[in-house]
Design a protein around this ligand. Structure first.
Ligand SMILES: Nc1ncnc2c1ncn2[C@@H]1O[C@H](COP(=O)(O)OP(=O)(O)OP(=O)(O)O)[C@@H](O)[C@H]1O
Length: 604
């Protein structure tokens, strides 16, 4: 379990997201605050790693003593003593490696979980405008694979990058100290290493970003296919969809192969440089020993230390790649953290709610659109009143209803609840007060009971049973495990009408002050619809209601009807008034008439 306290959704909304702030910085450095709760583990890990290097440097120096001392002087007891020291140092080195791994895994898994939790919280706070722009596969790949890349970097790459660079510096300093002419040869070999590293990083960064983005595209394809497989199969378009997926996969493959090519060239170069340097050092060193300018022990220590440099130098290749991948992953994650939460929290609590809902000159325009979808909307719903919203398909009825719970914010005018601008209310309070049953209801992979009680997890069995009755959703009792039957994506699939009734039960159970029914009864047969409407009549008493309606029978649930045309409300009145005076309204509900022009369903 992460030790960092989970920050609430409200905290995330206010930007207290563990150190990630909005801005253009794209470095992994921005995520440093997530390390704080684990700082001691990272410090211990660093110290242990440094001790490990110390041990690995000590072994060649002990060897030097052994060669120049006991071996040169045939001192057997001295040989045993120094041999024992070398063994102890070797065991300590292995032990330190084990401790490092053990300490670090908990910390890095914790950091990964903490960032993931914050990212999820942020995703929930982000407005519909964000979610309609982003492919879900891109979000999925960020919250899974990008975070794993960062974890691996923190647990391994970062430490070894620091430790190896430090080891290179310390060992080179010792080499210069041991015999400076050969030491300078080693120093000179770092110049091409640095130059190639810098050059490769530029190309690698670009490829790394492309691979990760293209991975997100592939995830999106799979996700889309899983959702749309019925449509794909029924239209016999499996080949077409497969071709699209294949194209994306091949593109990802090609970019990944190109990245490996760049990596391999770089790594090979890093392997060649230390080997070539070693050959030069051996040749020059042998000459120096022959001329008595240096002892044999020193040359052995020198070359052993140099061999100990091969791994730190060659490992720079994949460590730098790892760092680059982690920075790209951090950039991609930061894009989500940087996305603006345009729907911000208010601070008015609003305790005793009467339910007066007023639209004052309301306008709405989608981001990046040129024209308003809705404009100049003035409408007052008295507490407890129900208004039916009628309009042609695509006229903006759903957007209109979404504005009340602030799924979108108005772009002009204002909406007030009991005189308070909904933007000034606390968001969670507003969304408690306004419940919506959507035309296309979403069910979660959980039990029917949990799906119904989504807005009120504390609801009693009686309250749930009541909501089920109102929504005419008694079919839940017939499911294999009754209300405990798992439904949704990984459970039983329900019919469109059953889903709508569950969504209606969910909205009714929330006991809202404002109930929004967005064409919720469209999938029901006439008989069930009549039963639901009869029950809804009772529920809507004392609740302010907005009912999006396409049928006269639904309109009859309402006290008044508002006609939405050309982005604004053109007429408000009772159903019969509008039928008598507004031809456009009559046309919209024309299905309710028989061919002779008589009204079929509407009884006054
Ligand atoms: N995210 C979006 N970005 C841009 N335009 C959108 C978006 N969502 C909806 N629209 C457009 O806004 C308009 C109003 O859509 P809305 O869903 O409110 O219509 P509606 O009256 O509820 O239709 P229906 O009766 O068919 O459900 C439509 O033209 C639609 O294409």
């Amino acid at each position: 379990m992460p030790t960092q306290p989970t920050i609430s959704l409200r905290a995330a909304a206010h930007g207290r997201d563990g150190g990630v702030r909005t801005g253009a910085a794209t470095s992994i450095w921005r995520f440093r605050s997530y390390l704080l709760p684990y700082r001691w583990r990272f410090v211990v890990m660093l110290v242990v790693s440094l001790l490990g290097i110390g041990a690995s440097i000590l072994v060649p120096l002990v060897t030097r003593r052994v060669i120049d001392g006991p071996i040169a002087q045939s001192d057997r007891p001295g040989l045993y003593a120094l041999g024992a020291v070398a063994v102890v140092v070797g065991v300590v080195e292995a032990l330190l490696m084990f401790i490092r791994r053990w300490i670090v895994s908990k910390a890095t898994l914790g950091v990964e979980t903490d960032i993931r939790v914050q990212m999820y919280a942020k995703l929930q706070q982000l407005p519909l405008a964000f979610h309609s722009r982003w492919a879900s596969g891109q979000l999925l790949s960020r919250i899974t694979s990008d975070l794993s890349v960062i974890r691996r970097f923190l647990g391994f790459g970062l430490v070894f990058l620091l430790v190896n660079v430090l080891q290179i510096i310390v060992v080179v300093a010792i080499l210069v100290h041991l015999y400076w002419p050969l030491g300078l040869v080693v120093v000179a070999s770092t110049v091409p290493v640095t130059w190639v590293s810098l050059r490769t990083q530029r190309v690698y960064t670009k490829l790394s970003r492309q691979v990760q983005d293209q991975g997100g595209d592939v995830a999106s394809s799979v996700e889309e296919m899983a959702h749309a497989h019925r449509v794909i199969k029924s239209f016999g378009r499996a080949d077409h969809v497969f071709t699209g997926f294949d194209r994306r996969s091949v593109r990802l493959h090609d970019t990944a192969v190109e990245r490996v090519r760049v990596q391999s060239t770089f790594w090979t170069f890093l392997e060649v440089i230390p080997s070539v340097t070693l050959i030069i050092v051996l040749a020059l060193g042998a000459l120096a020993v022959a001329q008595d300018r240096v002892t044999l022990g020193t040359l052995v220590a020198f070359t052993t230390l140099m061999v100990s440099l091969v791994w730190p130098v060659t490992s720079l290749g994949f460590l730098l790649s790892m760092t680059q991948d982690a920075m790209t992953a951090a950039d991609r994650i930061a894009e989500v953290f940087d996305a603006e939460i345009t729907i911000t929290d208010g601070d008015v609590e609003l305790d005793d709610v009467r339910g007066e809902l007023v639209f004052e000159g309301v306008a709405f325009r989608f981001p990046d659109a040129d024209t308003d979808v809705l404009h100049d909307i003035d409408l007052r719903l008295a507490p407890g009143e129900t208004v039916a919203l009628v309009g042609a398909t695509g006229s903006g009825k759903t957007i209109f209803t979404n504005l009340v719970a602030r799924l979108w914010d108005v772009t002009g005018g204002r909406i007030t609840l009991d005189g308070v601008d909904v933007r000034d209310l606390r968001l969670d309070r507003l969304r408690q007060l306004v419940a919506t049953a959507f035309e296309d209801p979403v069910l979660f992979s959980m039990s029917a009971r949990e799906n119904i009680a989504l807005g009120r997890p504390d609801a009693t069995d009686e309250e749930i049973a009541e909501a089920v009755d109102v929504a005419q959703a008694q079919f839940v009792h017939e499911l294999p495990f009754g209300l405990d039957t798992r439904i949704g994506e990984q459970g039983m699939s329900l019919s469109g009408g059953q889903r709508q009734r569950l969504a209606l039960a969910r909205a009714v159970l929330a006991k809202p002050a404002v109930l929004v029914l967005d064409d919720t009864l469209s999938a029901l047969d006439i008989h069930t619809e009549a039963l639901v409407e009869e029950a809804l009549q009772r529920v809507l008493v004392g609740v302010t209601g907005i009912v999006v309606a396409h049928r006269a029978s639904t309109v009859l649930l309402a006290d008044r009807v508002a006609l939405l045309q050309d982005g604004t409300i053109t007429h408000v009145g009772t159903h019969n008034e509008l039928l008598d005076t507004v031809p456009a309204y009559r046309e919209l509900l024309s299905a309710e008439y028989d061919p002779s022009g008589e009204l079929l369903e509407v009884a006054s």
